[in-house]
Design a protein around this ligand. Sequence first.
Ligand SMILES: [Ca+2]
Length: 188
Amino acid sequence: MTSELQRQKYMRRFATLDVNGSGFLELADYVTVAVNMCVASGVAADSTLGASLVNAYRQAFERLAGNSGSIEDARVDLQTFVDFMGSALAGRPDVFDLGIKPIADLIVDVCDIDRDHHLDESDFFRFLGSYAVSESEAMAAARRLGIGPTDLISREEFVDHSRNFYCGDDPSDPGNWLFGDISVLIEG
Ligand SMILES: [Ca+2]
């Protein structure tokens, strides 16, 4: 059962992933996000780490799009995405740990430029800046997650926030804010 909060979060997630603004999710959106993250962090997209991230995003889209025809031509609309995420991930941290945690770990590997196993503010802004997220929304997210000029989050904290974003149903959980300002969705 998908709650209204979870549905709102998946709608928000759809908007952040549609980086080409087509109104659909396509393979190009997922690959663009991964390449953006690599380029912004100084990681070559064809390096071992960069290719791992791009491949992980590609596989995430392949899971979403299913087996219907060519993956290059596949388009996923908002309702399909929300239904897919709800049935796969709402209340299912075990599914997150199998399917999405590896991507979250790769994101930290790419964005954690100084290799201290923490994300600082600039690391986090590079992460969110790879998606269709405005700077003001990224700032709001950082503050809610406790990330500031001198406040870092650990790899484990980042993964926990990700898990709570995708699976959780607690309106007060800061993980709800991982992909930007969600106050209107929660409180409006
Ligand atoms: Ca798109």
